[in-house]
Each structure stands twice: as structure tokens, then as C-alpha cells.
Design a protein around this ligand. Structure first.
Ligand code: NDP
Length: 308
């Protein structure tokens, strides 16, 4: 239900919705800040000082005790994987009021999402898996895309909350479908990043400047987010900002492998990308996802740089 369609009385009720956000990481911090612009927003983070700082900076209310989250009607989470969400949901579930809806923005395992939904259903709490794309920049602008799995009725009940963080909300199916779409999307991101790194380093080794090659690709059929944005903005200037951990991308590609396996699809291309990305995450511990380009650069002995 878009906010703009609401009557004034319904509008009041909508803005009185108390929302809680669990997990103030790179994505959670800006998402919770955007929620606070529209709703009273409680924030909980494993490291409490992060929540306290968020409250001071964005007008949210920090809670140190997870149980305090239970007074919200809508609970949002954005944690590394479904495993952490399951642990939090297990601890918080009994305290939640019936009718609460849990929106999980984590990129996790579809099967894990279905387990969490079942656990929460036992407390009469609705669950939507609603992973997001658009990165930290999209999160800051409240312009994410969210792919939602779960009941249409639950989605309609919290659509006004999702509208505070996302410019595009797509209902992709039942619980777990959002996680599955997200995993496949990120496997495509990893694939195009590896392929672009290989192609551009080969061209550079033969004397073609990366900028010239990228200019051609930008108006040709081989273009991708990797060639249009990630390599021009983060690799050529060697800035490699830390916005999305390589380990999290490796997790997503692995999950995409399970999605394919669950559907009986062989997927040799994604299997190789899963292997490469998993190995890179171990080799470059703590790195940002775009740094997988460095693995190719080292193997070829060429840097994709505009700084020479
Ligand atoms: P971060 O690593 O920046 O943040 C992780 C958050 O989870 C922190 O708040 C951390 O708390 C908390 N956390 C970690 N372990 C636990 C635990 N065991 N129990 C409770 N809380 C825990 O991750 P991101 O924000 O980058 O990513 C979050 C999710 O969003 C992931 O699933 C990721 O794949 C997805 N995503 C990320 C994008 C990005 O560009 N970064 C884009 C789209 C999706 P603490 O502060 O205590 O460490």
C-alpha cells in the first residue's frame, strides 16, 4: 500500500508504526537512518556502541537489550547470513506480539529463510525475505531494489516501511524466493567482474589502455555493472573502497550454487565462479568484493590503472 494512497487518518497510523532495525552494518546503518526519517525507529546492534552512535547521528532509539525490540510492530534485520538471523529470531521470537511482521533484508539461504518463517509463524509473526540490491550508495539514497518472498498480505501490511528504504519493491514469490533471486543476481555480478578483469588485463597486456577498452564496451553489448561502474570508479583509480565484503559475495555465489542444485541445473559456469570467488575470499581476507580483480592482475602481471 503506497503511502500516497493512504487517507489522512490511515497516514497517521502508518507514520506511528514503530519499526526496529537489527544489524547496523554497511547496509543497515543507512537503511535505519532512512526509516527514522518516517517512523519511530529502534536500533539494535551486536556491538552496542554502534547503535548508540547511530541514535546520536540519526535520531533513532538505541536498545542494548534485544528483548526491547519486541515493542516494534515491524522488525527489520540485515545480518551477514540467515544463520545469524535464525539465532536472533530464536531469541526474540517468544517476546514478539502476534501480528508483528519481520522483514529480513539479509542475503541468505532460501531454505534458511523458510525455517525462520516457520519458527516465527509459531508466534503468529509474519516473515518476508526481502534482500536488497543497490549497494551502500543505494541504501544511503533510500533507492534500493528489494526482492520480496512471502505472503502478499504481509507485504501489503509493511509496504509503507519498505518504501522508506527502496525505490523498487518486487514480489518475487513465496518465502525464500527473494533470497534465491538475490543469490543469482550476485552470482551474475561475480561472473561479470571476473570476466571483465580477465578481458581487460589481457587487453592491457597487449597495449590497449583500460579507459579506451571501457569506452568501447560502455556502448557495446559486453557492458555490465562491472565495466560501467565498478572498474571505472574503483579499480582504475586504485581506490577499492570497502562497501561490500568479498567474503559476503563468495557466500552469495555459493548460495546461487545451491539454488541451481535445488533445481537440478548443472551450472558449470557458476560452479567455476563459486570456486574462484571462494578461493579469492580466503586469499584476500578482509577485502572488498571488487578486489577480486587483484587476483587476475597478479596472475597476468598487469594493473588496471589510470594513474600511470
Ligand atoms: P556488515 O559486515 O557491514 O555488517 C554486518 C552486521 O551484522 C553488523 O551490524 C554486525 O554487528 C552484525 N552481526 C555480525 N555477526 C552477528 C551475529 N553473530 N549476531 C548478531 N549480529 C551480527 O555487512 P553488510 O551490511 O555489508 O551486509 C549485510 C547483509 O546485506 C549481508 O547479507 C550482505 O550480503 C547484504 N548486502 C550487502 C550489500 C553491500 O553493499 N554491503 C549490498 C546488498 C546486500 P557488529 O557491528 O557487532 O559486527
Amino acid at each position: 500500500m503506497p503511502t500516497s494512497d493512504a487517507t489522512p487518518a490511515a497516514g497517521d497510523a502508518l507514520t506511528r508504526t514503530e519499526v526496529a532495525f537489527i544489524g547496523l552494518g554497511a547496509m543497515g546503518r543507512p537503511m535505519a537512518a532512512n526509516l527514522a526519517g518516517r517512523f519511530p525507529t529502534l536500533v539494535y546492534n551486536r556491538t552496542t556502541s554502534v547503535a548508540t552512535q547511530h541514535a546520536a547521528a540519526h535520531g533513532t532509539t538505541a536498545v542494548a537489550d534485544l528483548a526491547e525490540v519486541a515493542r516494534a510492530q515491524v522488525v527489520c534485520s540485515c545480518l551477514p547470513t540467515d544463520v545469524e538471523v535464525a539465532a536472533v529470531a530464536g531469541a526474540l521470537g517468544p517476546a514478539l506480539s502476534p501480528g508483528t511482521v519481520w522483514i529480513d533484508h539479509t542475503s541468505g539461504d532460501p531454505a534458511g529463510a523458510r525455517d525462520i518463517a516457520q519458527l516465527l509463524a509459531g508466534y503468529d509473526v509474519g516473515y518476508l525475505d526481502a534482500p536488497v540490491s543497490g549497494g551502500t550508495d543505494g541504501a544511503a539514497r533510500g533507492a534500493l531494489t528489494t526482492m520480496v518472498g512471502g505472503d502478499a498480505e504481509d507485504l501489503a501490511a509493511v509496504r509503507h516501511v519498505l518504501d522508506a528504504v527502496a525505490a523498487r519493491v518486487v514480489h518475487v514469490g513465496q518465502v525464500g524466493a527473494g533470497m534465491a533471486v538475490k543469490a543469482v543476481n550476485n552470482a551474475l555480478l561475480a561472473t561479470s567482474l571476473w570476466a571483465a578483469a580477465e578481458g581487460l588485463t589481457a587487453l592491457a597486456a597487449q597495449g590497449v589502455a583500460p579507459e579506451a577498452a571501457l569506452e568501447v564496451i560502455a556502448s557495446s553489448s559486453g557492458r555490465s555493472f562491472a565495466t560501467e561502474t565498478l572498474i571505472p570508479d574503483r579499480v582504475l583509480d586504485r581506490s577499492f573502497p570497502h562497501t561490500f565484503a568479498l567474503a559476503l559475495l563468495a557466500k552469495d555465489v555459493r548460495l546461487a550454487g545451491s539454488v541451481l542444485a535445488g533445481a537440478g541445473v548443472d551450472g558449470p559456469v557458476l560452479q567455476l565462479v563459486e570456486q574462484l570467488t571462494g578461493a579469492a575470499a580466503i586469499e584476500l581476507e578482509g577485502a572488498d568484493h571488487v578486489e577480486l580483480v587483484r587476483v587476475v592482475e597478479r596472475a597476468v602481471g598487469v594493473e588496471l590503472s589510470s594513474l600511470q
